[in-house]
Design a protein around this ligand. Structure first.
Ligand SMILES: *Cc1c(COP(=O)(O)O)cnc(C)c1O
Length: 441
C-alpha cells in the first residue's frame, strides 16, 4: 500500500509550507471560513493525512464524519474517474442517468423500515434537512417544525433557524425562517431533573403540546445522536416515546442522520439502535466519501405527494457524486464497516472510561460506534471547561493527531476516525490523546 505506515513529524505543526499557504490564504479566502488545524493536506491514506511539509498526521476527525471509507479509497477514486470521463453533469431534471436511481435504491433499502420508500438527492446536509422540512410542511399542511436544544442542522437560513447554538453559527445572521420551535432534549449528563428517556420525552411532548400545538406541527426534527451539539446520546426510551407520539398525532418524525448515518455509530443508521423508524431521513456526510451529496428518504406516499418540479436543484445527485456514493456504500457493505465502527468502540471506549476514572476533569464519556466523546468539566462544580478542551485539542494537533471539539459549551472532545483506520494508528492516536489529557492534569 504505502511505505508510510505511521504518524511522522518532520517540522513543527503547522510546518513552514503550511504557514506560507496560510499567509496566501489570508489575502484570498474569506476569514469567516476558518480551519481547525491549518495544515495543508497533500494526500491521504486510511487514517493518515500527509501534509505539504512531509508530516503524516493521524486523522481522528474524518473531515467531520465524512471519509468513513477513507479519504483516498481506490474504489472511490476509480469510480469517480470513470464517471468523470463518461460525463460530469447533465442535471437530473434535464436528462436522467442510472447512478441517481441506484443511489436512491440503496437509500430506500438501507434506511430504517421495510415500507415502500422514495428518495431525492441534494448537495449537502443542510439542503437535505431543508427538503425534508419542505416535504413535511407540504404533506401535512402544517407550518410548525420542532427542533431540540443543542441541535445542529446546517448553515442555510432555515437550517440556522433549526440550529440551537448562536456562536458561531447564527450570530448576526438573522432574521431566521419562521415557525421553528425548540424543545428540551434528553441530555443525560446535564439533565437538571435527571429524567429517564421516557420522562424526558414526555417533558418535550408537553412543551410541544402547550407551546406549539400538535395539530400545528408538521414535523419533529431530531439527530438520533447529536453531532455538533456535543455527541449527546439521549437516554434510552426518549426517541421511541417521541416517535410514538408523533405517529399518534400525525406529526412527521424527521431523523437528521447526516452525521450519524452510513455505519458511523455501528449500524447503518443510528435510529436503528432503538428500533425507531422515522418518516423521513436526511443523509449526507458519510454517504459519498467526501463528494458533495445528500439525500432525503421517506415513505413513498410522502415524497410522491409533491408535484413534479417541486423538488430538485441543478447539481443535486450529480453523477460523479453518485458514482462515489455507490463505491463507498459497496465498501461499507463488503467490509462490514458498521462492524468496524463497533470494534472501534470496543477498542476506544474502555480506554476513555479508564481515563475518566483517573481524571475527574472528564465528566462524561459517551457515544456509539466510531462517534465517541469526552466532556470536560470543572471537577468541583461540573461547569463546562472549554478552555481546557481547547488546550487538549491544541496539544493533540501539535503532536500530529487531528481531533475535533464540539458542544454547546465548547467543552466536548469528539472522535470520528475513518472506519477503515488500522488498529495501530487508532491506538497511537489515543496514546497521544491520553498524554494530552494527562498533561493538563
Ligand atoms: C453537518 C451536519 C449538517 C449540515 O450538513 P452540511 O453538508 O454541512 O450542510 C446537518 N445536520 C447534521 C446533524 C450535521 O452533522
Amino acid at each position: 500500500m504505502s511505505e508510510n505506515i505511521g504518524r511522522r513529524l518532520v517540522t513543527d505543526i503547522p510546518g513552514p509550507r503550511s504557514l506560507e499557504w496560510q499567509r496566501r490564504r489570508a489575502s484570498a479566502v474569506a476569514s469567516g471560513v476558518s480551519s481547525v488545524l491549518p495544515v495543508y493536506v497533500e494526500r491521504a491514506e486510511d487514517g493518515l493525512l500527509h501534509d505539504v511539509d512531509g508530516n503524516a498526521l493521524i486523522d481522528l476527525g474524518a473531515g467531520i464524519a465524512v471519509t468513513s471509507v477513507g479519504a483516498a479509497a481506490p474504489q472511490v477514486a476509480d469510480a469517480v474517474a470513470a464517471q468523470a470521463a463518461r460525463f460530469t453533469h447533465t442535471c437530473f431534471m434535464v436528462n436522467p442517468y442510472e447512478g441517481y436511481v441506484r443511489v436512491c435504491e440503496e437509500l430506500n433499502a438501507l434506511t430504517p423500515g421495510d415500507h415502500e420508500k422514495r428518495s431525492m438527492l441534494v448537495n449537502s446536509g443542510a439542503e437535505a434537512v431543508e427538503n425534508a422540512v419542505k416535504i413535511a410542511r407540504h404533506v401535512t399542511g402544517r407550518a410548525a417544525v420542532v427542533a431540540f436544544d443543542h441541535a445542529y442542522h446546517g448553515r442555510t437560513n432555515l437550517a440556522m433557524a433549526l440550529t440551537a447554538k448562536n456562536m458561531p453559527y447564527k450570530h448576526r445572521f438573522g432574521p431566521f425562517a419562521g415557525e421553528v420551535y425548540r424543545a428540551p432534549m434528553s441530555y443525560p449528563f446535564r439533565d437538571p431533573a435527571g429524567l429517564t428517556g421516557e420522562a424526558a420525552a414526555r417533558r418535550a411532548i408537553d412543551h410541544i403540546q402547550s407551546q406549539v400545538g400538535a395539530d400545528q406541527t408538521a414535523a419533529v426534527l431530531i439527530e438520533p445522536i447529536q453531532g455538533e451539539g456535543g455527541f449527546v446520546v439521549p437516554a434510552e426510551g426518549f426517541l421511541p416515546t417521541l416517535a410514538a407520539w408523533c405517529a399518534d398525532r400525525g406529526v412527521l418524525l424527521i431523523a437528521d442522520e447526516v452525521q450519524t448515518g452510513f455505519c458511523r455509530t455501528g449500524a447503518w443508521f443510528a435510529s436503528e439502535h432503538e428500533g425507531v423508524v422515522p418518516d423521513l431521513v436526511a443523509t449526507a456526510k458519510g454517504i459519498a466519501a467526501g463528494l458533495p451529496l445528500g439525500g432525503v428518504t421517506g415513505r413513498a406516499e410522502l415524497l410522491d405527494a409533491i408535484h413534479p418540479g417541486g423538488l430538485g436543484g441543478t447539481y443535486g445527485g450529480n453523477p460523479v457524486a453518485c458514482a462515489a456514493a455507490l463505491a463507498a456504500i459497496a465498501l461499507m457493505r463488503d467490509r462490514d464497516l458498521a462492524g468496524a465502527a463497533r470494534r472501534i468502540e470496543q477498542r476506544v471506549l474502555p480506554r476513555l472510561t479508564a481515563l475518566a476514572r483517573r481524571h475527574p476533569e472528564i465528566g462524561d464519556v459517551r457515544g456509539r460506534g466510531a462517534m465517541l466523546a469526552v466532556e470536560l468539566v470543572s471537577p468541583d462544580t461540573g461547569a463546562p471547561d472549554a478552555a481546557r478542551t481547547a488546550r487538549i485539542a491544541k496539544a493533540c494537533h501539535a503532536e500530529g493527531v487531528i481531533v475535533l471539539t464540539a458542544g454547546t459549551y465548547g467543552n466536548v472532545l469528539r472522535f470520528l476516525p475513518p472506519l477503515v483506520i488500522p488498529d495501530a494508528l487508532l491506538d497511537e492516536g489515543f496514546d497521544v490523546v491520553e498524554r494530552a489529557i494527562a498533561a493538563e492534569h
